[in-house]
Design a protein around this ligand. Sequence first.
Ligand code: NDP
Length: 246
Amino acid sequence: MSVHKPKLPLVIITGASSGIGLATAKLFSERGHPLLLLARRLEIMNALHLPHSLCKAVDVTDRVKLLEAVQEAEGLYGAADAIINNAGIMLLGDITKQNPDEWDRMLEVNVKGLLNGIHTVAAAMVKRQRGTIINISSVAGRKSFANHVAYTATKFAVHGLSENLREEMAPHDVRVVTIAPGAVETELLSHTSDENIKAGYQDWKNNMGASVLSPEDVARAILYAYEQPQGVCIREIVLAATRQQA
Ligand code: NDP
């Protein structure tokens, strides 16, 4: 940890141990923000050695631990100016065969975990009349894809709750931003348990070749939205590889 106090405000990132969250953590750190990094795999976040960063092993479904982590970070770095609710899982499945436990897990993490993130900052942001809540949805939060029924349910929920939240935060000068990426090269697919569906999705991604989005591409979109003047709310960014048709 450096002895110099950072001048920029605290940014919270959930799911910072991999993919989009990890790339976003590096980018915001390069910009000089102190960070609260949250995910279950603590060692990966610690190994980043980002200055002015507090890393905590927190499951976003654990509302109490999440709140405690935010309070600890705010004690160190001051009030959180932004939260990037990025933690998520994608368990694709044929709805006639998929174990419903997988739906439950996705709803818990992608929807309730994201609401928990909002809960940790919303009241304080309203009080301060400032703040930015960035929710990571998906192109699957706007349209359907094969074998995506339950995942799509969670991402349509993210779009819906974000729009509602944006309307409710607007009078308080708190911005709500939805980021909806297409396919990104990350660990996301690896947790799908159906090997055939996984292989089919991988083929689809391979067909896009080297042009599939990188986590850094999405991180830049997040930073772009955040760095607009406070009076400008980029309500939604939908980004996908140029080669992605669907
Ligand atoms: P990764 O699997 O690479 O990263 C997911 C991150 O979420 C990890 O850091 C993981 O950390 C964390 N996470 C998962 N479950 C929990 C939990 N219960 N509590 C805390 N953290 C958790 O995937 P991506 O980077 O691709 O995914 C990030 C977001 O982007 C997700 O919301 C995803 O739906 C969305 N997205 C991704 C797309 C893609 O094609 N990759 C496309 C569109 C949207 P850990 O396991 O250490 O807890």
